[in-house]
Design a protein around this ligand. Structure first.
Ligand code: ZN
Length: 415
């Protein structure tokens, strides 16, 4: 069994230890008390206190395994409580707001989406409030909070909030505070690529990976390096905005003011542009059919160029960051991403070539929908689910965070 983290027997670290144990149970699926004691350096009594606390809050449940005639008392096994409640994830993209109610174990319980003029933050706020109201109406579970994923960069820079792949025209994120006031729920937010990486880390293909690069392909293209389950953020929190790396000399003009940026070739926006459809229309295109029949010249030409740019991007990412793998997710259709990856073969030579097999160099998200919705939903849960508080954290948290919510359960010591 993999040892994920070590607890500490100092009294002051009770909150940390609870997260260590909770995260361990989440990762392993089910664990006996002895397994937990063996995996974290905590005394059996401390582990017993923690599992009692977590069970009292309702975050974990236990079941007694079958009786072992030789050893007497059968062991008890702990697992996350699927009925412990959920959180709402909202993903914003140009022209569209998607939301889902997600359980503590990453199950999507309900899903909604709505088209909205994202250039108007007040309309987006109203759309989000409606989505939350609808999802809450059908929910039996406790809602721990709301997470919102937005296209970056979110920290004010000269390339923030500009261009059709961003939330064009926004000047700040005050709608996040407005959403909290309107719903009365804790609200967290994150750039969509980080939320997507979080979704993959907790519930997706990156579950067992300590190190990977996540490429988020939606209307735009974002990226994030995850190392030791932390997102590398850079000096101002905008690291690895890979969409605006120039890849084609003298290439297409980009809304950031440069030319030949990667996002101008590898994004749904660039595909929509190549096909002459609007942003909403791209989701209606029979992309799987075009891939199978290979009879749509404009689509085929776009794919060829996009795949060539993706091939260069993979080489650059690997040579710069040496990630264990590159996971590609986002709102782009899975069939399209798989097609581009196939066209990009053989991958260029890099520091990962010969080290990782071709299948390991790029992995595709298995989430049918945008994993950033799932990632957004777990932002409010993440403090509970991970012992690494600095991990992939939201840019800013509300006044009431998940830890405080747990405190409201009158846990001795609080989390
Ligand atoms: Zn650009």
């Amino acid at each position: 069994m993999k040892i994920n983290a070590r607890g500490t027997n100092q009294q002051a670290s009770a909150p940390y230890n609870r997260r260590v144990v909770l995260d361990l149970i989440r990762q392993q699926g089910a664990m006996s008390r002895k397994d937990i004691v063996d995996s974290v350096s905590l005394s059996p009594q401390t582990v017993t206190n923690i599992t009692n606390d977590l069970e009292a809050i309702g975050l974990i449940v236990s079941r007694r395994l079958k009786a072992d005639k030789v050893r007497g008392q059968p062991p008890i096994e702990f697992m996350l409580n699927p009925g412990a409640g959920g959180a709402i994830g909202i993903s914003l993209e140009n022209g569209k707001a998607s939301a889902a109610l997600v359980s503590l174990v990453g199950e999507v319980l309900q899903r909604r989406h709505v088209e909205v003029d994202t250039a108007d933050p007040q309309r987006v706020l109203l759309a989000m409030v409606d989505l939350v109201r609808e999802l809450r109406r059908g929910a039996q579970e406790r809602i721990w909070g709301i997470g919102v994923a937005l296209p970056g960069p979110l920290v004010a820079t000269e390339v923030s909030f500009i261009g059709p792949t961003s939330l064009e025209g926004w000047s700040d994120l005050s709608v996040i505070d407005d959403l909290r006031h309107a719903t009365g729920l804790p609200v967290f937010y994150s750039v969509d690529s980080v939320a997507g990486a979080l979704g993959e880390t907790l519930f997706g293909v990156a579950k067992s990976l300590d190190n990977f690069f996540y490429l988020h392909m939606g209307m735009g293209l974002g990226g994030v390096l995850v190392d030791n389950r932390s997102a590398y953020r850079g000096a101002s929190g905008n690291a690895t905005e890979i969409g605006h790396i120039p890849v084609v000399k003298g290439g297409r003009e980009c809304y950031c003011g440069n030319a030949g940026c990667l996002e101008r070739y590898v994004s749904l926006y660039s595909l929509a542009e190549a096909l002459g459809v609007d942003n909403g229309g791209i989701h209606e295109c029979p992309i799987s059919q075009w891939i199978e029949q290979a009879d749509q010249p404009a689509f085929a030409a776009w794919c060829e160029q996009a795949a060539a740019c993706l091939r260069d991007a993979v080489c650059t990412i690997e040579n710069m960051l040496d990630p264990h793998t590159i996971v590609i997710g986002g709102s782009a259709p899975k069939a399209l991403v798989a097609h581009l990856v196939q066209l990009a073969q053989p991958l260029a030579r890099s520091v990962r070539g010969g080290v990782a097999g071709a299948a390991q160099r790029i992995m595709l998200s298995e989430h049918e929908q945008d994993s950033s919705i799932l990632g957004a939903a777990v932002l409010p849960l993440y403090d509970m689910l991970s012992p690494r508080l600095d991990v992939l954290q939201s840019e800013r948290r509300s006044e009431v965070d998940a830890a405080e919510l747990l405190g409201q359960q009158r846990l001795a010591g609080g989390l």
